[in-house]
Design a protein around this ligand. Structure first.
Ligand SMILES: [Zn+2]
Ligand SMILES: [Zn+2]
Length: 431
């Protein structure tokens, strides 16, 4: 921590703001030489290969008996063969690919193969030749990663890391079972009955909740930040004048502050679907998802399409380069919070006027995270109505959502209060 140096003690009647001396240090990132900045931001070629080479595309067989009836065993991280009951668990990606280590040594941009840049011309539709019967089976990776052959009932899944963003490096399996999610949603709505829309209450059927795997980027980063600004310490407080004219004055010393912090971040979770990241609260309540974070991403396992059988999914459509600016914003917030403890002695407050973040290295891993979603389309509000969600974190059970409100009930409540006040006023006028 740097020792504060007073800039100028101020006289009676303070505080006075003291403008910062110009050009203290170059804080605007845009002033960095282009070559350095580009190097910091440019994604390198894939550095960590997480492809599941032991799995073939299409048929996803039980390693013991060869059946394709492989499912996620609800409430665990395991896969189970419904035919021979063999159970096994995918390797944690942190162990398998060393993703929990070396954050302090990160340099440049390291991207796991499942997080690589999406090629616009790669179709979301994957067609497989069923090796049970030879029929062609299509999987639409926009919202599913497995499909059942209509003819011979084999289950086919997408395991190869195609460049359309659908196959991530890892998946965090559902732990909260469907009944549990239904009960949590029921309880959530139960507490908000009073003002809930009548149609919503009538149509409320939490059994229709859907298990959805949503795409995220999980990021490790090493960064430094510099902030500069002014801090004030009160030195004296006194009053002048008598009676009504009495005023209180403060004297304060104004200090010019500068802080530097080096830090690392482990498993920052960022949405990687543009639609999901959309915060337009006029048409939907998507941002609900952010309120059920965090997820225990440390336990994510290596990709295997069988984990997604029976669930829907949403394909990633944002790349590292799209998310980089948002990452820098988040890192800067973290830096501000870290610096906070070192400026507590400035009792009258601190104002940061210049900030700079230098990202030394990042590591990006694409992951599907489990969410139970109950949605309700409220007619009338906005162009196509308002889409409400209640979301349950598929690992912790944390539940949050929005319930459509019966507007007239709120209005009646407001009017009742308004009328009373108005009545009192009229009565006074009438006298
Ligand atoms: Zn088996
Ligand atoms: Zn077939």
């Amino acid at each position: 921590m740097t020792q504060p140096t007073p800039v100028m003690p101020t006289g009676p009647g303070s505080p006075q703001d003291v403008p910062p001396a110009p050009g203290q240090f170059p804080l605007d990132p845009a002033t960095l030489p282009a070559s350095i900045r580009d190097e910091l931001q440019a994604p390198d070629p894939t550095a960590i290969d997480t492809s599941a080479t032991e799995l073939r595309d299409g048929v996803n067989r039980c390693p013991k008996c060869g059946s394709t009836e492989v499912r996620h065993r609800a409430g665990s991280d395991k896969l189970i063969c419904l035919f021979c009951r063999h159970e096994w668990v995918g390797a944690r990606v942190e162990d398998e690919f060393g993703l929990g280590e070396g954050i302090d040594d990160l340099r440049g941009t390291v991207i796991a193969s499942g997080a690589k840049t999406i090629q616009a011309d790669v179709s979301s539709l994957r067609t497989f030749k069923c090796d049970g019967c030879g029929a062609e089976v299509v999987v639409n990776t926009e919202n599913a990663m497995t499909a059942r052959c209509h003819w011979c009932r084999h289950v086919l899944g997408v395991n190869e890391q195609i460049d359309n963003g659908a196959v991530p490096d890892a998946v965090l399996p559902f732990h909260i079972k469907k009944d549990d999610a239904v009960a949590r949603i029921r309880q959530f709505v139960g507490k908000r009955q009073m003002f809930a829309l009548k149609a919503f209450k009538e149509q409320f059927s939490p059994e229709n909740v859907l298990g959805v795997y949503l795409p995220y980027m999980v990021v490790d980063a090493k960064a430094s930040a510099q902030v500069a600004g002014l801090g004030e310490v009160e030195t004296r407080r006194y009053t002048r004048g008598e009676g009504k004219d009495q005023k209180t004055f403060y004297d304060a010393d104004v200090y010019q502050l500068q802080r530097h912090v080096d830090f690392t971040v482990d498993d920052l979770t960022m949405e990687s679907s543009a639609q999901r990241g959309n915060l337009d609260t006029k048409t939907n309540t998507n941002n609900i998802i952010n309120t059920i974070l965090p997820f225990d991403t440390k336990n994510a396992v290596k990709w295997n399409a069988s984990y997604l059988a029976g669930y829907t999914s949403e394909k990633r459509d944002r790349d590292v380069e799209h998310l980089n600016p948002q990452l820098e914003d988040q890192l800067l917030s973290i830096a501000r919070a870290q610096v906070q403890s070192s400026v507590r002695q400035y009792g009258r407050g601190v104002r940061w006027e210049q900030e700079r973040i230098d990202v030394h290295g990042t590591r990006w891993v694409a992951m599907y995270l489990p969410v139970w979603l109950y949605s309700y389309q409220e007619p009338g509000r906005g162009r196509d109505g308002m889409l409400h969600y209640i979301a349950v974190n598929g690992r912790t059970g944390e539940t949050m959502g929005s319930v459509p409100v019966q507007q007239w009930k709120l209005i009646t409540a407001a009017l009742t209060v308004g009328t009373l006040v108005e009545g009192v006023a009229l009565w006074f006028v009438g006298r």
